[in-house]
Write a protein that binds this ligand. Structure first.
Ligand SMILES: *Cc1c(COP(=O)(O)O)cnc(C)c1O
Length: 387
């Protein structure tokens, strides 16, 4: 049996007719950059997130960058975030000339540990960016409380969490700004690059709309130095079609996670992800922690199962951020999980049989794992388990 990590084709086939019609419409209207189809999607997405405004932009990275710019973050400022995220979260801070300040994550949720935030605040702190990693919201209530107390802004990195809920409220409209990626592989994916920002703040909405379009309010009247980060009309149209199905697709992911959870119960040597009491997790990524990660992934690969690692090296240990001078060991929870995470195949169209096949593979591996390890040592490619 083959189990791909992700299958975008399966989803396309289920909505092919609607997508083709939507693309035709964009071409007929010549609404290629911004325009009608983007505006329509923005309205739908704002309402989906229970926010007042949504702004379509070029990517999730640009959503984060534009949000920070709208808050006035610049050189000399600090922004607090987590090291176990996709590098874009930190890049957006650096692109403003500001400095990312990392705090470690909670052992169970792998999202920002609120109890560590206050000690990271300095007079230069401007904002906090919690990341809703893998589709599970960060613990927003204490983070918002700390932000309020210290006069800091909160930007949610919701790039992996379209439709996830924190205490019954959709993410993206809890902080001052919420940033989304519509990269094709995300739970709500465009057919190319795209991103979005959600806010309840009319002023931020206005500034970001200007910034994404060269700082102009009317054509050739440039009030701010902005950029081109308009969303493509094609992406707006595709996203409008797909948004209708997102709740169903997220439900299917949750059902798949439940099957994994049940089938992996009692397997030694792994830890399955935990859905926090406050969360409605939408499983963008289903990451288990495994002791012999590389050997396990090799064994699964031989069975036709593709896995991923999100992310093998935390941001503070990336070469690009070596200038910060943060040593190994600074963020033990994030570093340990970076060595242990294995992302199992996860997408709505995955079948029960496929999930059980993956779970069986993991179970069998752990029953036979000593011999696997011996073989690996002989072949000279033994991995060191840095648990
Ligand atoms: C995908 C992602 C981004 C960046 O989004 P792009 O659309 O790829 O630019 C930022 N943060 C997180 C957590 C992501 O997963």
């Amino acid at each position: 049996m083959q189990v791909p990590f992700l299958d975008l084709k399966a989803q396309y086939l289920s909505i092919a007719e609607e997508i083709k019609n939507a693309l035709d419409e964009v071409i007929e209207c010549n609404a290629f950059s911004g325009g009608l189809f983007v505006a329509r999607f923005e309205e739908q997405f704002a309402s989906f997130c229970q926010g007042k405004f949504a702004i379509g932009v070029g990517s999730g990275t640009e959503a984060l960058w534009l949000s920070l710019l709208a808050l006035g973050v610049g050189p000399g400022d600090e922004v607090i975030t987590v090291p176990n995220t996709f590098i874009a979260t930190a890049e957006a801070i650096s692109l403003c000339g500001a400095k990312p300040v990392f705090v470690d994550v909670d052992e169970q949720s792998h999202t920002m540990d609120p109890s560590l935030v206050e000690e990271a605040i300095t007079p230069r702190s401007k904002a906090i960016i919690p990341v809703h990693l893998f589709g599970q919201p960060a613990d927003m209530a204490p983070i918002m409380e700390i932000a309020q107390k210290h006069g800091l802004f909160v930007i949610e990195d919701a790039c992996q969490a379209h439709g996830a809920e924190y205490r019954g409220k959709p993410v993206g409209s809890i902080g001052d700004l919420g940033c989304f990626s519509f990269y094709p592989g995300k739970n709500l994916g465009a057919y190319g690059e795209a991103g979005g920002i959600v806010t309840n703040n009319a002023e931020f909405n206005e500034i970001i709309r200007m910034l994404r379009d060269h700082g102009q309010t009317r054509k050739y009247s440039h009030e701010l130095i902005g950029m081109n980060s308009r969303m493509d009309g094609v992406q707006g149209a595709v996203l409008s079609v797909k948004l209708k199905y997102l709740p169903t697709w997220n439900e299917a992911r949750r059902r798949n996670a439940e099957i994994y959870y049940k089938s992996l119960k009692g397997v030694e040597g792994i830890v399955t992800p935990k859905e926090m009491d406050y969360a409605n997790h939408i499983y963008h990524v289903y990451a288990i922690r495994a002791q012999n990660r590389q050997a396990l992934m090799d064994a699964l690969s031989e069975m036709g199962i593709s896995c991923g690692i999100h992310y093998p090296v935390p941001v503070h240990l990336q070469k690009a951020y070596s200038f910060l001078g943060i040593r190994k060991g600074a963020f033990p929870v994030a570093e340990r999980s970076a060595n242990q995470f294995v992302s199992l195949p996860m997408f709505p169209e995955l079948s029960k049989e496929q999930i059980e096949y993956v779970a069986d593979g993991i179970r069998k591996f752990h029953l036979t794992s000593p011999s696997v390890m011996r073989k690996r040592e002989i072949s000279g490619r033994a991995e060191v388990f840095a648990g």
